[in-house]
Write a protein that binds this ligand. Structure first.
Ligand code: ATP
Length: 340
């Protein structure tokens, strides 16, 4: 606990899923009261770990806004995460009087693939090519389905013929055909402070995806014999540090995304965000996605990452960093600048 005055303390709240443990733990460490809105089945987790001062039970995560009045009455500041973004409907959030950490308008850009791509392209980042029609496929591509559970069922193809052959097994859904970048996946967790205008690298992770991350355990001949297809279903995350000489580029990319976001929405992007990249053998970063809020890969670093350890010299998770920003904003009378 810090010397944070409880007279000005507000409540930090989130939905009981994704990175709520980290967010609530970080808020407590910065001296806030905490609240979680959870289903009965999830609530036990937050009770068990003792991170929530109060728990509001909802029938399903989709009912989050049914308790909106209570959250407003309690002066709660909501911290969004991927489950929150997935369950909450944009119109409800836009029109809600709830205090929200971050820019709620930027979420529209995360949700919409083409807006997201426009944002990243406008930032001058290197993006995998998109193929408008399967007939144009002239290199390895990854076929992504939307509305799918994560990367489950994504498949690879090298030609229009292979695409049409493989797509037969799938019911018709909306999909994107994206150039497959050969390299290593690197997920970069940033934090941008609207108070100090400084960008921080919080941590990095790589995802552990089934079955693609286990295919190397089987000989190539066996892969062919059993007619194995790849899938990218996220199962967990593993920690990563980057070659130090790549860090200047990592900062440049983050800054470029922040500048581009200001052109999309006046408040731009602030707080935590993540660039999902593949790094080629030439050490070029291809960005295939941006998450405009905390990502689950940060759950590895409740006690801090090598980067936050150097910068802060004390455990500093992304969840705690959010609470620290809110605390500083309250202390400086600048709360409006961290809400959006
Ligand atoms: P969503 O964010 O919509 O839930 P997702 O995050 O599960 O989907 P993606 O992140 O787009 O799906 O892709 C899943 C995985 O596929 C990535 O973690 C990465 O391993 C791999 N991948 C995605 N796009 C590419 C690409 N263009 N080149 C190489 N690998 C890729």
């Amino acid at each position: 606990m810090t010397g944070f005055s409880t007279s000005t303390a507000r409540v930090i709240a989130t939905m009981g899923s994704h990175s709520a443990l980290q967010i609530l733990d970080g808020a407590k460490r910065e001296g806030f009261k905490t609240l979680v809105v959870a289903t009965e089945s999830a609530a036990g987790v937050y009770r068990h770990f003792g991170v929530a001062d109060s728990i509001i039970i909802v029938k399903s995560n989709g009912d989050f806004f049914s308790v909106e009045n209570e959250l407003v009455r309690k002066n709660a500041i909501i911290i969004p995460h991927a489950s929150f973004v997935a369950y909450v409907n944009s119109e409800e959030l836009e029109g809600s009087p709830i205090m929200y950490f971050g820019n709620r308008r930027i979420l529209a850009f995360e949700r919409d693939r083409s807006l997201q791509r426009k944002w990243l392209a406008d930032a001058g980042l290197r993006l995998p090519r998109i193929f408008k029609t399967p007939d144009d496929i002239d290199r390895p591509v990854i076929v992504k389905f939307y509305g799918a559970a994560g990367g489950k069922g994504y498949f690879l193809a090298k030609s229009p013929e292979e695409f049409y052959e493989k797509i037969r097994g799938y019911s018709h859904r909306s999909l994107t055909i994206q150039e497959y970048i050969i390299g290593v996946p690197v997920y970069i967790h940033y934090f941008y402070s609207p108070l100090t205008k400084e960008l921080e690298i919080m941590s990095l992770d790589r995802r552990y995806e089934s079955n693609v991350d286990s295919i190397g355990r089987i000989a190539a001949k066996d892969q062919i014999d059993i007619n194995l297809n790849t899938s990218y279903n996220i199962t967990g995350n593993t920690p990563l540090v980057l070659r130090e000489s790549l860090l200047p580029r990592v900062f440049e990319m983050g800054e470029a995304v922040i500048d581009a976001a200001k052109r999309l929405s006046p408040k731009g992007i602030f707080g935590p965000f993540c660039l999902e990249t593949v790094v080629t053998p030439e050490l070029e970063f291809y960005v295939f996605e941006i998450s405009a809020r905390i990502v689950a890969g940060t759950n590895l670093y409740i006690n801090g990452s090598p980067y936050t350890d150097i910068r802060y010299g004390m455990p500093m998770s992304t969840g705690r960093r959010i609470a620290l920003e809110i605390k500083r904003a309250i202390e400086q009378g600048r709360l409006d600048e961290v809400l959006g």
